[in-house]
Ligand binder design. Structure first.
Ligand SMILES: *[C@@H]1O[C@H](CO)[C@@H](O)[C@H](O)[C@H]1NC(C)=O
Ligand SMILES: *[C@@H]1O[C@H](CO)[C@@H](O)[C@H](O)[C@H]1NC(C)=O
Ligand SMILES: *[C@@H]1O[C@H](CO)[C@@H](O)[C@H](O)[C@H]1NC(C)=O
Ligand SMILES: *[C@@H]1O[C@H](CO)[C@@H](O)[C@H](O)[C@H]1NC(C)=O
Ligand SMILES: *[C@@H]1O[C@H](CO)[C@@H](O)[C@H](O)[C@H]1NC(C)=O
Ligand SMILES: *[C@@H]1O[C@H](CO)[C@@H](O)[C@H](O)[C@H]1NC(C)=O
Ligand SMILES: *[C@@H]1O[C@H](CO)[C@@H](O)[C@H](O)[C@H]1NC(C)=O
Length: 525
């Protein structure tokens, strides 16, 4: 008896001890959270709260430190995995400060003139080498802002993709910059076109769609705004906030770009092929076109309702709706609850900042590529989206659902539209379980001041693709049909806001009214 009691007493002690260690680790992990979260090498721990994870956590923290120490090497490693002939896309040419007038930055009048000239000319570089755009040419639309470093790597990844020479790359810019333009013009592996969003903040610094000094401050109260008689006093968004130019630009640009490509360019007059939507901080696998064609063929044969194909996957999709307010409430929680809440918060934030932390399970790549057919959801299936004119025409017929919906996100606006198609099913997406498009750009977005090293992320993706090289170019697809979770099927009730200003609605609607424009050949004397 006493021995048994002693044993169980010991067990309690041990369990208590372990629990204390666990608590301590939890605490140090969460109190150091701010620092650690800024650290790009953090590895997500999915199930904190069980004893088994302590060792894992420790191991991962050690691994983190090592990776940081080696951060220096990674830029060399990245370069080592890029073929020599593509280094030119990564080489930074220092700006010429030799005071020549031709090198001075353009003023706004000049930028607007250049933009108009580019858009009128609709020049397709390398058309002479790779032939004209056909009705089934895959068009790769890339939305570009200012993140040149990422764009360089995207170009390097595109350069290595098989069949890239049969595509048309359309770079859509909302920021005019000679360095970016020069980089794009050096692309020699396929046809390239540059289009310029003409209503940018850059070219409208003191007027709508930029920030008009007479616009209402974001946080002004309605009565206050009326008194101020500011421009948009009558039109706060559904959350009571006034317009912020920089948040509206991305949706406008996305919409303008899609309109431009499908409806306005001369070279797409008879185009019926696929349009791939990428962003400047994406990175493609070398077989992405191969997989895309497989997906298209499979969809044509056995999934006619798959109107969208998706090449990227967010492997970890959590559903957290924590808000600032919820965080404040934590003060009233018990100690344990606080620890847990802090960890959840940390995990949630890491989810925001570390979706680049690619842990692609080996079985996601294979000789048979797995795809999933599921209801399309904006925030899950917005990376490497692909569709054709058939869906676009449907979108155009419901354009006001996009333009008037109070949400500054283009993908949520599209979801709203998708949910309001009379007599039609929800859009289905066929998505690639082993991603062919990666997001390499989280780092710079959230970690401006930290030591976050973009090369680290790029290096991870490179290595992942290298180690799975023998599994790329699958011969077949196997599709699973999934009804999707609650999130996939949730009906949007109210938008995320940021799109309450009628001027935004009008500008958005105006973009659809522009008809097809012939190429204007401009001769320089
Ligand atoms: C990192 O690189 C810089 C310059 O390339 C060098 O001066 C420094 O010593 C390196 N640090 C480490 C830890 O290797
Ligand atoms: C800078 O200007 C000089 C003289 O105008 C020229 O020789 C040189 O090639 C320029 N460098 C770059 C990077 O454009
Ligand atoms: C740049 O300026 C130098 C003298 O300041 C001149 O010799 C040179 O030709 C100029 N280059 C260009 C490209 O205008
Ligand atoms: C912009 O530059 C052009 C010449 O390059 C000049 O005529 C014009 O006055 C300048 N505009 C402004 C606003 O500085
Ligand atoms: C594409 O163009 C070819 C001729 O250029 C034509 O035969 C074919 O029917 C067209 N396909 C579609 C889908 O329009
Ligand atoms: C566009 O894709 C749909 C499937 O989403 C397909 O049914 C249709 O035939 C395609 N349209 C053209 C013109 O190829
Ligand atoms: C939309 O187009 C109309 C007619 O061209 C024009 O009067 C109006 O200013 C435009 N609105 C915006 C916001 O660009």
């Amino acid at each position: 008896m006493p021995r048994i009691r002693y044993a169980s007493f010991l067990r309690v002690i041990v369990i208590l001890g372990l629990f204390c260690i666990w608590l301590q680790i939890m605490l140090s992990a969460s109190s150091g959270g701010l620092e650690r979260d800024a650290d790009p090498t953090n590895i997500e721990v999915e199930t904190l709260g069980t004893l088994e994870t302590i060792e894992e956590l420790k191991r991962e923290l050690v691994a983190d430190e090592e990776e940081l120490m080696n951060a220096n090497e990674t830029s060399e490693q990245v370069l080592a995995l890029v073929p020599q002939e593509l280094h030119k896309y990564l080489t930074v040419h220092p700006r010429n400060n030799s005071a020549n007038s031709t090198d001075l930055p353009k003023n706004i009048t000049e930028i607007r003139r250049s933009i108009k000239r580019y858009n009128d000319a609709q020049t397709i570089y390398n058309e002479d080498i790779f032939g004209p755009v056909q009705n089934d040419t895959i068009i790769i639309a890339i939305q570009v802002h200012t993140r040149l470093t990422y764009l360089r790597h995207l170009i390097v990844s595109l350069a290595q993709a098989r069949d890239i020479e049969r595509t048309l790359l359309v770079f859509s810019h909302d920021y005019y910059d000679e360095e970016i333009n020069n980089l794009v013009k050096t692309i020699d592996f396929t046809k390239v076109m540059q289009i310029f969003y003409p209503y940018s903040i850059q070219t409208h610094p003191n007027e709508f769609p930029g920030v008009d000094p007479k616009d209402c401050p974001r946080d002004a109260k309605f009565e206050q705004a009326i008194k101020l008689k500011c421009n948009n006093a009558l039109h706060p968004d559904s959350h009571g906030h006034y317009r912020e130019a920089k948040y509206t630009q991305t949706k406008h640009h996305w919409w303008w770009k899609a309109n431009r490509i499908f409806n306005q360019l001369q070279c797409t007059t008879t185009h019926t092929g696929m349009v791939v939507f990428l962003e400047e901080d994406h990175y493609v696998a070398e077989d992405f076109l191969h997989v895309l064609n497989l997906m298209r063929a499979t969809a044509d044969k056995s999934c006619p309702q798959c109107e969208i194909l998706c090449l990227g996957t967010y492997l970890k999709t959590y559903q957290y709706h924590a808000t600032g307010d919820k965080r404040k409430k934590q003060l009233t929680l018990s100690y344990i609850q606080q620890v847990r809440a802090a960890n959840e918060e940390r995990r949630r934030r890491k989810m925001d900042t570390s979706s680049w932390n690619y842990q692609v399970y080996p079985n996601l790549y294979g000789y048979t590529q797995k795809v999933e057919i599921t209801p399309w959801h904006s925030s899950i299936h917005n990376m490497g989206m692909v569709f054709n004119r058939t869906l676009w025409n449907n979108i155009m017929s419901l354009q006001d659902q996009f333009c008037a919906y109070d949400d500054y996100n283009w993908d949520y606006s599209l979801l709203h539209l998708a949910q309001n198609r009379q007599g039609r099913e929800k859009m289905k997406v066929m998505l690639c379980k082993g991603p062919r498009v990666f997001h390499i750009g989280e780092c710079g977005l959230h970690h401006k001041k930290s030591n976050c090293n973009a090369n680290l992320v790029i290096s991870k993706v490179q290595k992942l693709l290298q180690t799975t090289k023998h599994l790329l170019y699958p011969k077949r697809l196997t599709a699973t049909i999934s009804p999707g979770g609650a999130k996939h099927n949730k009906r949007l009730v109210k938008g995320n806001g940021g799109w309450g200003d009628v001027r935004d609605h009008e500008l958005c609607a105006n973009m659809t009214k522009v008809g097809r424009q012939q190429r204007k050949y401009i001769y320089y004397s």
